[in-house]
Design a protein around this ligand. Structure first.
Ligand code: ADP
Length: 495
């Protein structure tokens, strides 16, 4: 098979900038695809928080400005090349658009930036300008979530005549359908696209009178992927379809679920430099030392018989925090301790602070984004809780498995695909799974976990079963490459 030129266009990339799983995926998938011999480039915005190593960097002058409603926005471009991974990252900047305190949300108001539409219209158009300037001829452009879902629309309409793009195929990955990029109708002009694309009922952008970026992307991409198989079928139902289930069903034959992988160079207890102590499946003593250090850092007493439950999460409804709050009294009546790391909705900041005051020797919350602490919580915890309402893939349950931190999860989306419920008869399983989205169901699963924790041998068996699982990117990257080849061959036949 010949090597393809694959361009990833997305709004986050770890380790430079991430707010969640999307950043992790962009930090790992391109690397894994490049390792299999393809020519890989990633295009991301140049946010203020990004620091780049000068010796890997090339600054390129682009004499082209993006025009949005007659206003011109100049483009800055920094190309970062990592000789080891062979991935080139194109950081596309404009100070007005991206040199800000937040990524999507203004930290002062805790609301989305009002001009997020313009910021990502700028970014998508700037990527086209950079591709033309650098004479990049992608076989595949792989876009991610609403921020770049409009790219295939531009590629197949406005920029179609550009020879670099005449054979390009577009893949859209939905990491989270709950975020669609929905804007008031007045902004449609800013897109600078034909008005027919916003016609009521038939226009791909039109969504109950508003402009919906993701909807248009779903209709224009050649293939759509979701980050787990379960989520691919869930989003085609009214329960999980967030209003787009009809549109998704229309594209049903082109939707594929490909599970996210884990970058084990970043997330492995035996090589994780962020930990107080590394450890290994054959010697778990370091795990206990991590727990002692973290409990000290959290000012919680050390209680060997009490399992420590960890959660690292955006503090939003999706993640099941209302269940945790509703169950708090019964939860903290059990012999356990809990640490949550997260930021998000103010209501959860307040409620979790209250709980911390109420249960000072059992519960500690860190209200911040802190990658080092995230690694330490993964390593130190005995149990990892993910009671999500919905979960497109979920990465922390996968990290937890590798760290011997037994996941307790709701049977939904990627959680259902990756955690095997413990069976007391066969003593098989990698975690504890519950179905109903209720505090009782969640407490039931936690009770089962806490009870097994007291049976050291059985517990260690579950830990080790998880640690042996392999969710490395290789498998998933191969599935993506198969899909890229498949659509590319289509273009050779038709184009
Ligand atoms: P989502 O993308 O919905 O937020 P995922 O489970 O797919 O959820 O990925 C979340 C990623 O973000 C994980 O790498 C997790 O460790 C990280 N993360 C979330 N909140 C924080 C935080 N407050 N500090 C550090 N890392 C965080």
């Amino acid at each position: 098979m010949s090597a393809l030129t694959i361009c990833y266009v997305a709004s986050e990339i770890a380790p430079f900038m991430k707010t969640g799983g999307l950043g992790d995926v962009l930090g790992a998938l391109p690397k894994a695809v490049a390792q299999q011999g393809h020519n890989v480039k990633v295009f991301v915005p140049y946010y203020r928080h990004i620091t780049l190593t000068p010796n890997r960097l090339r600054t390129v002058e682009i004499n082209h400005a993006v025009s949005i409603k007659n206003k011109q926005y100049p483009i800055t471009l920094y190309i970062h090349r990592n000789g080891k991974t062979k991935v080139e990252v194109y950081f596309i900047g404009n100070d007005d658009m991206f040199s800000r305190a937040g990524v999507y949300v203004d930290p002062e108001t805790n609301r989305d930036y009002e001009d997020n539409d313009e910021r990502f219209i700028f970014f998508n158009k700037a990527v086209f300008a950079v591709m033309a300037h650098q004479r990049i001829k992608p076989d595949i452009v792989h876009v991610h979530d609403w921020q770049t879902a409009i790219f295939p629309v531009y590629g197949k309409t406005k920029y179609l005549s550009e020879s670099e793009l005449s054979n390009t195929k577009y893949i859209l990955t939905i990491h989270n359908l709950a975020y669609q990029g929905v804007f008031p109708p007045e902004i449609y002009d800013k897109l600078d696209l034909d008005t027919t694309l916003f016609q009521p009922m038939t226009g791909p952008f039109e969504f109950y009178g508003k402009v919906n970026f993701l909807k248009a992307g779903i209709l224009y991409a050649d293939k759509i992927t979701t980050v787990s198989e379960q989520y691919a079928s869930e989003i085609q139902t009214s329960k999980y379809g967030c209003g787009l289930e009809g549109v998704l069903k229309k594209r049903s034959d082109d939707i594929h679920g490909i599970l996210n992988g884990v970058d084990y160079t970043v997330w492995s207890p035996s090589r994780d430099r962020k930990l107080y102590h590394t450890y290994h499946i054959a010697n778990l003593s370091g795990k206990r030392m991590n727990k002692v250090e973290l409990l000290n850092e959290a000012h919680l007493p050390i209680r060997d018989t009490a399992p420590l439950i960890g959660m690292i999460t955006r503090l939003v409804d999706q993640k099941g925090l209302d269940l945790v709050v509703a169950a708090a009294e019964r939860l903290f009546a059990m012999n356990l301790q809990m640490i949550i790391l997260g930021t998000g909705d103010k209501k959860y900041h307040e409620k979790l602070n209250q709980l911390q005051e109420q249960y000072p020797d059992k519960f500690r919350v860190f209200l911040k984004f802190d990658d080092t602490l995230a690694h330490r919580i993964e390593a130190a915890s005995d149990i990892y809780l993910m009671p999500s309402q919905f979960e497109p893939c979920g990465l922390n349950q996968l990290y937890s498995l590798k760290y011997g931190t037994v996941p307790v999860v709701r049977k939904v989306g990627g959680l259902a695909d990756t955690v095997v419920d413990y069976n007391p008869e066969t003593k098989e399983g990698t975690g504890f799974v519950f179905e109903e989205y209720t505090p009782e169901a969640m407490l039931g699963a936690i009770e089962r976990a806490v009870a097994l924790f007291q049976k050291k041998r059985a517990w260690t068996k579950v830990m080790k079963a998880g640690m042996r699982e392999d969710f490395s990117w290789n498998k998933s990257a191969t599935k993506y490459i198969d899909l890229y080849q498949q659509v590319h061959e289509l273009s050779s036949v038709t184009g």
